[in-house]
Design a protein around this ligand. Structure first.
Ligand code: BG6
Length: 468
């Protein structure tokens, strides 16, 4: 057998990890912060009490010191819109600006590059009440928020991500608590929201290049390559449909400023093509990302589906639902699962990276990837999360193979730097390298503990990915 020599990770490869504001900070209704949709949502299970989360708001110094101890080159975190602008527009909350300035400065103290997500599922509730993303004005609201961030942080933050998982907001908003829309009527509203987000993103990207000296910006969708459930030709069509609707719609728009034709045909079928104003297509063409950020947890598998067959595969942001006449989500019998039923597919990670690079030819940074599990703190303060190490190791190996295949990879930020509240499964579903001593409802000590994966990742970073 021929063994191909592996290309090393680039010297300046950005090793780090990610969090999001509403899942990690706490202090959600204090220190001048206005509520966001996440503070008022009803999630199907798990805690929706975000007053403490991992208490990052008060412990960011300790947490960033731990990230520095792991050797992080980059830390991806999001800025809460309603902490900066409690009403979404208008008055700025100086305490919010001070908080993020402190976080940024703390990162820089350790030479950790801040990678800032501008929007991670947390529309200010005040704007939601004014119609949210469905309103055309949402474009101006978001651009104004972007401007406030560039003005206040752009001298030190040079790497920006626009909207986290816009595709998940549209396809699974009911799971992550950003929409209550159901039934056939939902499509028209959702794809209008989608259009506004796309225009807002393009404007924010252009503005970044104008306002932030040396600023680089990109989108951060959740990309899962779709496999056909069998080699039946119809299943291949279903896979193309899902790939277009779930993945390429978002990236074709971010990179080329064009609506993907298959996704557009889907919107037509559902009577859901958005209203496009004069000048929008030009704005979309002028966005120009510098790189692509993307979250990857696993691939998807779909079969053809002529008629309504109900959902056979369950549904959350990683499980594909049924779209009559378009695709039917199916389990992949070749893949193992996490404790929470998500499929694990490191090979699919490489396939996803290859496909993205063939289509877009931009450098890429993985902005999420990881394993949600029921971690246990032992009496002597250890967490033996060998399963997480295995998951991450296998995925990092595939990044290196993808680099060897010719893809340009800038960095890797798994989910999550530290334990935090899951989107809909509370505190029991942990992802971090750092364990937070609290349960779903019992806040305990909130002390931090280094998991086994913490020491392992430190070694990976120190060896620039050679010692896995
Ligand atoms: C992504 C989100 O969908 O997956 C994160 O960007 C989220 O916010 C992560 O936490 C893991 O999902 P979950 O549902 O396990 O928290």
């Amino acid at each position: 057998m021929l063994h191909k020599k592996l290309k090393p990770f680039p010297k300046d490869f950005l090793w780090g990890a990610s969090t999001s504001a509403y899942q990690v900070e706490g202090a959600n209704l204090s220190h001048g912060k206005g509520p966001s949709v996440q503070d008022v949502k009803k999630v199907p299970e798990g805690t929706s009490d975000l007053t403490v989360c991992a208490d990052f708001y008060h412990r960011y110094k300790e947490d960033i010191a731990l990230m520095a101890e792991m050797g992080f080159k980059v830390y991806r975190f999001s800025i809460s819109w309603s902490r900066i602008l409690p009403q979404g527009t208008g008055e700025v909350n100086q305490e919010g600006i001070d908080f993020y300035n402190n976080v940024i400065n703390e990162c820089l103290k350790y030479n950790i590059i801040p990678l800032v997500t501008m929007f991670h599922f947390d529309m200010p509730q005040a704007l939601e009440e004014r119609g949210g993303w469905e309103k055309r004005e949402s474009i101006d609201w978001f651009v104004n928020f972007a401007k406030v961030m560039y003005e206040n942080f752009g001298d030190r933050v040079k790497y920006w991500l626009t909207i986290n998982e816009q595709n998940v907001l549209i396809l699974s908003g009911d799971i992550i608590g950003t929409t209550t829309l159901t039934g056939p009527e939902k499509y028209k509203s959702l794809y209008q929201q989608n259009h506004h987000m796309l225009v807002a993103q393009a404007k924010a990207m252009a503005l970044c290049h104008e306002m932030v000296e040396g600023g680089k910006i990109g989108p951060a969708p959740n990309i899962s390559l779709a496999y056909p459930a069998s080699c039946k030709p119809e299943d291949q069509l279903a896979a193309q449909n899902l790939n277009a609707i779930r993945n390429w719609l978002y990236l074709d728009m971010a990179v080329y400023g064009e609506y993907n034709h298959l996704a557009w045909a889907f919107m037509e079928k559902r009577n859901a093509t958005p209203h496009i104003e004069e000048g929008d297509m030009e704005i979309l063409k002028n966005g120009h990302p510098d790189f692509i950020g993307f979250n990857y947890y696993s691939t998807a598998t779909v079969a053809w589906c002529d008629e309504n067959q109900g959902e056979t595969f369950g549904h959350d942001q990683q499980k594909t639902r049924m779209e009559e006449g378009v695709y039917l989500g199916a389990a992949n019998p070749n893949l193992p699962h996490t404790d929470f039923g998500w499929e694990i597919d490191p090979f699919g990670f490489r396939a996803t990276i290859r496909e993205m690079y063939s289509r877009y030819r931009l450098p890429m940074i993985v902005t999420e990837n990881g394993l949600g599990a029921y971690d246990k703190l032992t009496e002597d303060g250890k967490v033996h999360d060998q399963y997480r190490i295995e998951y991450l190791r296998k995925h990092i190996e595939q990044i290196q193979l993808a680099i060897t295949d010719g893809a340009e990879m800038m960095g890797y930020c798994p989910w999550s730097a530290i334990d935090l509240i899951s989107t809909h499964e509370g505190m029991v579903k942990r992802y971090g390298f750092i364990y937070v001593d609290r349960d779903e409802f019992d806040l305990k000590t909130l002390d931090r503990y280094r998991k086994d994966s913490f020491y392992w990742y430190k070694k990976v970073i120190a060896s620039n990915g050679e010692d896995l």
